[in-house]
Design a binder for this molecule. Structure first.
Ligand code: NAD
Ligand code: RM4
Length: 253
């Protein structure tokens, strides 16, 4: 119960990695806000899972790329729980598109959700954390894609590099307030974001074989790391990356 009395906002928490992080932080004692972009049924399922294990949670529909909706997300959080101690920037999209077919509209949408969303939420949360005066944690789900390219992810990988860079700059700005800012860089985790891509068994087998531990990641592999970074034990980790990829990145030779 290392997060008792903490209030955590997790963006894009209705499914996948965000869902697992919300459930895990609640298990560790945090009161959790499950942000989602209008996926009420999925969000309510996460709330029910948290309540079933004795936790406290609130679902809020807010598109992270909308300044007005992000403002309401943090207003509702403050109204219900009084403060924000932990923000997890997790919401993200990754349309797999051929470079020569990539449209400006898709490019813009990916930047808006992934990178602008992290900006808007980090600024709103850090204002509250600064004013409350007892520090905080901002954890962003970047990616191994911040470090390496992806031929069908040309709109996406720059956003993941951008999120990592945002955390590095904010670590400097917010460190003096006791607010630490770090990135988690997952490798490949099978979720809705890449389910269609991995319908091809050959692609799935190839990418699984490239991971030294012999399997793709699971949302819970990422959730445990988020819980650690959110805890007091991680107080001196600031501006860092935690690569959680089963060894995929170092497997070049
Ligand atoms: P997912 O598709 O299962 O979940 C994404 C979540 O984000 C969903 O709950 C979705 O509703 C939400 N979301 C999408 N647009 C939103 C918006 N505008 N506002 C608020 N919420 C929004 O995918 P996932 O794999 O769980 O992805 C979560 C994060 O992890 C993403 O940032 C992704 O880039 C990152 N990531 C995933 C992998 C992977 O292999 N799955 C690897 C590295 C990083
Ligand atoms: C991640 C990484 C994964 C991919 C997802 C969609 O950042 O690139 O390999 O499956 O995005």
């Amino acid at each position: 119960m290392r997060l008792t009395d903490k209030v955590a906002v997790i963006t894009g928490a209705s499914r996948g990695i965000g869902r697992a992080i919300a459930i895990r932080l609640a298990q560790d004692g945090a009161r959790v806000v499950v942000d989602h972009p209008g996926e009420n049924d999925a969000a309510q399922e996460v709330i029910a899972a948290i309540r079933a294990q004795g936790g406290e949670a609130l679902a809020v529909a807010a598109d992270v790329s909308s300044p007005a909706q992000v403002q309401s997300l943090f207003q509702e959080t403050e109204q219900r729980f009084g403060t924000v101690d932990i923000l997890v920037n997790n919401a993200g999209i990754c349309p797999f598109v051929e470079w020569f077919d990539l449209t400006e509209a898709v490019w813009d949408q990916v930047q808006q959700v992934n990178l602008k969303g992290a900006f808007l939420c980090s600024q709103a949360a850090s204002r509250i954390m600064r004013d409350q005066g007892h520090g905080g944690r901002i954890i962003s789900v970047s990616s191994i894609s911040a470090l390496v390219g992806g031929s069908f992810q040309t709109a996406y990988t720059p956003t993941k590099a951008g999120i990592r860079s945002l955390m590095q700059s904010l670590a400097i700005v917010l460190g003096p307030y006791g607010i630490t800012c770090n990135s988690i860089l997952p490798g490949t985790v099978l979720t809705d974001i890449n389910r269609e891509h991995y319908r091809d068994p050959q692609v799935l087998a190839r990418d699984t074989q490239r991971v030294p531990v012999g399997r793709l990641g699971q949302p819970e592999d990422i959730a445990g790391v988020a819980a650690f970074l959110a805890s007091d034990e991680a107080a001196y980790i600031n501006g860092a990356d935690v690569l959680v990829d089963g060894g995929l990145f170092v497997n070049l030779q």
